[in-house]
Design a protein around this ligand. Structure first.
Ligand SMILES: NC(=O)c1ccc[n+]([C@@H]2O[C@H](COP(=O)([O-])OP(=O)(O)OC[C@H]3O[C@@H](n4cnc5c(N)ncnc54)[C@H](O)[C@@H]3O)[C@@H](O)[C@H]2O)c1
Length: 381
């Protein structure tokens, strides 16, 4: 068993999900490596110290550059806000470290390209944490599509709805609210929420070739937490776009943080000539399947697959059939595939280059929202 010595940067929400995955990796997956939690880094020293205690990191740093110089770090795991991804990932690659980076890969396509160049020039294993691919029901959807169960696809539709920024009193910027500050986040719901749906779309239905979009910023000014001043809001609060896929199907995507009553309603549906598949994150252990081809008309109908059998993706790693796993396991499954990819030489996806394609779609969406025109994405998959 080899050590995979981890330096994790950012001990917020994602720092917790990634740390949990590292800690539990070898409890559930048989691998040739085990994660060793060497260093936790956060600019907030007190938060980092408490985090080290909770999760069992050996040491605390407040400057991520220390991890690059450290001889005892193999993998840099980036869980900081979007604005800091590029500099850290490039430095890690140059230092010869493996890199896992949170999504979206970068603030924009230009940055994402630099990051791809850096990891490819260094030849280091790299992955972007689009974790939803490894929700077993979504992985199963991909397997069923690959088996031809829905036939020729016609439609892909996806939403990601939240409601936490409706109040004009919510400030922007700084701790916890960096997502509302365009300089820190790059965009609003497009990069934060739709990036997940776009990654799932590319994974399930192939390249998106062009898009037309409409975005809206409902609250135009908010107090900035760092300056204390009322400043213009530069993010998209809501985004709706139509997409064309290379396979000839059409896509509809919607995301907002103004859908009163919704906290994380993430759904998709794909309709093909021979069947349809539907997923809802609020009931993530299910995949809904409508089988047309090969079914009898008197029993034809939507069926709910309880994705908990041992032959379902990842489920043989956990409990007995019928018992569910949760959100956190999507990170564990992703980390396990990343490590297995290092060991097999067949790298896990989405790597930086694949995540660049999602970034291209996001940028085309934002561009289209400005011009009102159909916009080519330039996706290469
Ligand atoms: N995969 C997912 O489903 C998912 C979910 C949420 C967030 N994310 C992504 O994860 C990243 C982090 O989001 P979060 O929700 O964990 O944020 P967060 O605000 O909860 O935590 C970010 C942490 O990073 C620290 N930090 C900021 N700049 C730093 C720097 N330069 N050096 C060291 N530490 C720094 C902050 O002090 C904070 O503790 C973002 O890119 C976000 O888009 C992904």
């Amino acid at each position: 068993m080899k050590d995979l010595r981890v330096g994790l940067i950012g001990c917020g929400f994602m720092g917790r999900t990634h740390s949990n995955a590292h800690r539990r990796l070898n409890n559930f997956f048989k691998l040739g490596h085990r994660s060793v939690l060497k260093a936790i880094c956060d600019t907030n020293a007190a938060k980092a110290s408490a985090f080290a205690e909770t999760w069992g990191y050996e040491r605390v740093e407040t400057d991520w550059r220390k991890l690059m110089e450290a001889g005892d770090i193999d993998l840099v795991d980036i869980c900081v806000p979007n604005f800091a991804h590029k500099e850290i990932a490039i430095a890690a690659a140059k230092a010869g470290k493996m890199v896992i980076c949170e999504k979206p890969l970068a603030l924009n396509v230009a940055e994402a390209r630099e990051m791809v160049d850096a990891v490819e020039a260094a030849g280091v294993p790299n992955l972007v944490m689009f974790n939803y691919r490894r929700v077993p029901a979504i992985t199963l959807a991909r397997q069923l599509i690959d088996k031809g169960r829905i036939g020729r696809p016609f439609h892909f539709r996806a939403v990601f709805l939240q409601d936490w920024t409706i109040s004009a009193d919510v400030p922007q910027g700084g701790d916890a609210l960096w997502r509302l500050d365009v300089k820190a986040a790059g965009s609003g719901v497009t990069g934060d929420l739709l990036a997940h749906n776009i990654d799932c779309a590319l994974y399930l239905n192939g390249p998106i070739t062009r898009v037309v979009a409409r975005t809206e910023t409902f609250v135009k000014e908010r107090v900035h937490q760092l300056t204390g001043k009322v400043e213009p809001v530069g993010i998209d609060d809501a985004c709706i776009f139509i997409a064309e896929f290379a396979n000839g199907s059409l896509g509809v995507f919607e995301s907002t943080r103004y859908a009163r009553g919704h906290k994380a309603l993430k759904t998709f549906e794909i309709n093909g000539a021979d069947g349809s598949l539907a997923f809802n994150l609020e009931e993530m252990e299910y995949l809904d399947y409508f089988q047309y081809a090969g079914s009898d008309s008197d029993t034809r109908g939507w069926r709910r697959i309880h994705v908990t059998n041992s032959e379902h993706p990842y489920m043989d790693k956990y409990w007995v059939p019928g018992l569910v796993i949760g959100y956190e396991h999507s990170f564990l499954n992703t980390l396990a595939d990343f490590v297995a990819g290092i060991e097999s030489g067949s790298p896990a996806q989405p790597n930086f280059r694949t995540a660049l394609q999602t970034q291209k779609v996001c940028e085309a969406v934002l561009q289209s929202a400005k011009t009102g025109q159909w916009t080519e994405t330039g996706v290469e998959l």
